[in-house]
Design a protein around this ligand. Structure first.
Ligand code: PNS
Length: 161
């Protein structure tokens, strides 16, 4: 398991500038970063897996980052792609309890994989995919929160073109 290889997992429904910021930070630290998009997340998603992968692919196009889908346990996926590091973004204290539980659970079942938390720039610390969807649903402007391709996909999804 390589500690130079990191996986950045999530639902990314949708992908935001906060995610992109965390990704860029991870890419500056690790030799390789794979964004792994959860197929069967416990959450019901607005965007299909293919749509989420498409928006990430188009948002990170200038970066040398791999994008994969995964199903099942994150640690099994990390082991399969030989990533010894799981990246998670921490925006605020409110994220901490869930992230702490997840990191320790993952460590218990796969002690060889380490979770590393990265904080996005504070200008993104309040962005959440949930609020982005809510704003977009009612025709609000989400251009400060998401890359242009995601904004277009939200408009299409909610018919607010
Ligand atoms: O961006 P999210 O929605 O907070 O990402 C959560 C995700 C997909 C990383 C998490 O739910 C996950 O790892 N799911 C895969 C199943 C798994 O491994 N569960 C045990 C985690 S303790």
């Amino acid at each position: 398991m390589s500690k130079k290889k990191a996986v950045y997992p999530g639902t990314f429904d949708p992908f935001t500038y906060g995610h992109l910021d965390v990704l860029d930070r991870a890419a500056r630290i690790f030799q390789s970063v794979t964004i792994s998009v959860a197929e069967n997340s416990a959450k019901k998603t607005l965007f299909s897996l293919d749509e989420r992968i498409e928006m990430i692919r188009k948002s990170v196009k200038s970066r040398s980052i791999r994008i994969q889908r995964f199903d099942g346990l994150l640690v099994d996926h990390a082991a399969r792609i030989k990533a010894g590091i799981i990246i998670r973004g921490l925006r605020a204290i409110s994220d901490f309890e869930y992230e702490f539980q997840m990191a320790l659970t993952n460590r218990k079942i796969a002690p060889e994989i380490e979770t590393v938390f990265l904080m996005p720039n504070e200008r993104y610390s309040y962005i959440s995919s949930t609020f982005v969807k809510e704003i977009a649903r009612y025709g609000g402007d989400v251009s400060a929160f998401v890359p242009p391709v995601v904004r277009r996909m939200l408009k299409k999804k909610f018919n607010t073109d």
